[in-house]
Design a protein around this ligand. Structure first.
Ligand code: GLY
Length: 385
């Protein structure tokens, strides 16, 4: 049995865990990550839309504040990571066009537009013809849309690679194994025991294991994060050079109640997503999922059927009860959370890294992140009679 000590041990090496370890190390803390495959996780599947405005929902104005704060940090965050690592992140300030195909979709989009304007967000209503002028590949049946120039994109796979390099350069240590159990010593989180029997000691532990975050043994029942897996199937197509430019910005819609989006990258990759399925830990790519995505995307952009289909994959979003993340200290000293980012993990990466680094060094969340404290879901523990 080995024992290694760090100031901070991050459980989970997806983008949220990596950005937390990197930012902590930049602040002078010794940081380690425990994950059998750092750089894996939902970001390997995600399309990478930075969709604070087009994914706004009623009742989620508090989350909007955090989403906008993170979107605002993206240019400097991406520039810093690229400067440090030499990796281009595919950060593309291309904007988004949300379109409607029928009267119901149009009514839905009109409501979204009203909500966006009430919230002080920039979004412009366009006729079907104006949409097609912007994106000539759109179907003739498009009845109108919202032009949101502030919703951009990044390539999550490139972001992951850059974060791995940034962590390595900052001296973050990687333990390529599973964390099995949280170690609690004198009422304080003190590290984890791994599945291969090692004890990794740390002054503070950050649980950042995405949809798996509720499964670490040894976390007191009342503090287990209430995250659940929400499956998303995603397709990747390739736009051959002769077809370029196919789409110049992200195009999305709600078709018969399901979200579909097409995210064009400068590399020629065209990402089509995503299903949203409550099926536990299942990550099977199904014929039905692929069919529905292609059917809906084809209604928006008929020309996609010409393109090679290069990849189909499913990932698990870490859903939380209010669709917002759980950030910062818990009631167990030394245990912090960075999980439950649901549909916004890529968008929220910069602000999460900053918030967790602040919490790890000061013991408190910065103002912008305070509404997302894990305490809002605290379960009452029954007292013995
Ligand atoms: N934010 C896109 C998705 O979760 O599918």
């Amino acid at each position: 049995m080995s024992s290694r000590t760090s100031d901070v041990l991050v459980v989970g090496g997806g983008i949220i865990g990596l950005v937390t370890a990197w930012r902590a190390a930049q602040r002078g803390l010794t940081a380690a990550v425990v994950d059998p495959e750092p750089g894996g996780g939902a970001a390997q599947v995600a399309a990478g839309m930075l969709a604070a405005v087009t994914e706004l929902h009623y009742g989620e104005q508090t989350l909007l504040g955090l989403n906008l704060a993170s979107a605002h940090r993206y240019p400097a965050f991406a520039a810093e990571l690229t400067e440090l690592t030499g990796h281009d992140l595919g950060y593309r300030r291309c904007g988004t066009l949300a379109v409607a195909l029928d009267a119901d979709d149009r009514a839905h989009l009109r409501e979204l537009h009203a909500l966006q304007r009430q919230s002080g967000l920039e979004s412009e209503w366009l006729s079907g013809r104006e949409c097609r002028r912007l994106e000539p590949m759109l179907a003739p049946g498009v009845r109108g849309g919202l032009r949101v120039d502030g919703d951009h994109q990044i390539d999550p796979r490139r972001l992951t690679r850059a974060l791995l390099v940034a962590c390595e350069r900052a001296g973050v240590l990687f333990h390529r194994t599973w964390a099995r159990r949280l170690r609690v010593v004198r009422d304080r989180a003190a590290g984890v025991t791994t599945t291969d029997g090692a004890e990794l000691a740390a002054d503070q532990v950050v649980l950042a294991a995405g949809s798996l975050s509720g499964r670490l043994e040894g976390v007191p029942e009342a503090l287990l994060p209430p995250v659940r897996p929400v499956k998303g199937q995603v397709l990747r197509l390739t736009v051959p050079q002769r077809h370029a430019p196919f789409l110049s910005r992200t195009v999305r819609a709600v078709v018969r109640g399901s979200h579909v989006y097409l995210v064009p990258r400068e590399s020629g990759e065209l990402v089509i997503g995503a299903t949203s399925e409550e099926l536990g830990w299942d990550t099977t790519v199904t014929a039905g999922g692929v069919y529905e995505l292609l059917r809906d995307a084809h209604e928006l952009v008929p020309g996609i059927t010409e393109l090679p289909l290069t990849e189909t994959r499913a990932g698990l979003r870490p859903g939380s009860p209010d669709n917002a993340p759980l950030l910062g200290p818990t009631d167990l000293p030394g245990l912090l959370l960075a999980t439950g980012h649901y549909r916004n993990g890529v968008l929220l990466t910069p602000v999460t890294g900053d918030a967790l680094a602040h919490a790890l060094t000061t013991g408190e969340l910065p103002e912008a992140a305070r509404p997302f404290t894990p305490g809002r879901f605290l379960k009452s523990v029954e007292q013995p009679a």
